[in-house]
Design a protein around this ligand. Structure first.
Ligand code: CA
Length: 294
């Protein structure tokens, strides 16, 4: 894997580039810049055009919606987004009362619920939670005492959910009940070594292996969650690697987001591409993004 050629897709200079989404309806790659409150969209087809839209406060994740358009998370909850009119409307609040928190990463489960977690804006540990928005727009509180909620993925049968609370350096698995959305039997399946940064965003491939972005670790890595073993890694020319997703017409390209946040001016002179979005041939196919059915 180390020999794979990583290319810069977009020199976006994102402060906190995150949440890449491949939209197979349009062949567009979306990602967010949480701290700038920006939604980026890149046409991976002929035009290669890159555009950005201000969506505040703290757009942190975006998912495709079954009936067209998208759903997304802002600081306090879940919203619908009409990509034609750019109109945003509230679906459900979750933490409107917690002004020191914001939403972070989010994905849909294979049944079409939208899961997203929160974190403290002032880096207080254990203040976050994981929430689940059902298709009827009710919100269920799934997990408490989360520090930085990240990295959701499901196995192809939908019976296992992988989850990352970044400071733990662990990837955990839950038994997932697709019928009810309940989680149980949390266990650690991967422990990221201390010299490889922190696990952040995550994606799963068609072989059930998980691809993890390393914040402070200059890489994306592939792990076998059944054995806990690292299968390989791809060096990225930016230290703050935040997330990855599969895209392209065959879902065999890995798109990787990065950040400039947390880096000094001196750091940034050594990694001028920080905040960019990168692409690499994964050598394996991903799976399409799950859609929100509400
Ligand atoms: Ca993240």
């Amino acid at each position: 894997m180390q020999d794979k050629m990583v290319t810069l897709v977009c020199d976006a200079w994102s402060t906190l580039g995150e949440g890449p989404l491949w939209d197979n309806r349009t062949g567009h790659l979306y990602w967010v810049d949480i701290l700038e409150g920006t939604l980026h969209f890149y046409d991976a087809g002929n035009s290669g055009s890159h555009n950005a839209l201000s969506i505040k406060p703290f757009i942190s994740s975006i998912v495709p919606r079954h009936n067209g358009g998208f759903a997304l998370t802002l600081q306090d909850g879940f919203y619908a987004f009409d990509s034609s009119t750019h109109q945003i409307s509230l679906l459900a609040e979750a933490e409107a009362h917690l002004t020191d928190n914001r939403f972070n990463d989010g994905k849909c489960d294979p049944a079409g619920r939208y899961l997203a977690g929160t974190m403290s804006l002032s880096n207080q540990p254990s203040r976050g939670a994981l929430y689940q928005l059902d298709s009827n727009h009710t919100v269920k509180h799934l997990l408490s005492e989360v520090s930085i909620s990240n990295g959701l993925a499901w196995t192809s049968d939908g019976e296992t959910m992988y989850y990352i609370d970044t400071p733990t350096r662990q990837i955990t698995a839950f038994d997932y009940d697709l019928a009810t959305g309940d989680v149980q039997n949390r266990r650690t399946v991967v422990q990221i070594p201390e010299d490889q940064g922190y696990p952040d965003g995550m994606s799963i491939d068609s072989e059930g292996m998980i691809w993890v972005a390393h914040w402070g670790g200059w890489q994306v890595s592939r792990w076998d969650p059944n054995t806990g073993k690292k299968l390989g890694s791809i060096p990225i020319p930016a230290s703050q690697v935040t997330s990855c997703t599969f895209g392209g017409p065959n879902l065999d390209q890995l798109y990787i987001t990065t950040a400039r946040a947390g880096l000094s001016d001196e750091d940034l002179t050594k990694q001028p591409l920080a905040g960019g979005v990168f692409q690499v041939s994964a050598g394996v196919n991903g799976v399409p993004a799950n859609v929100f059915r509400g």
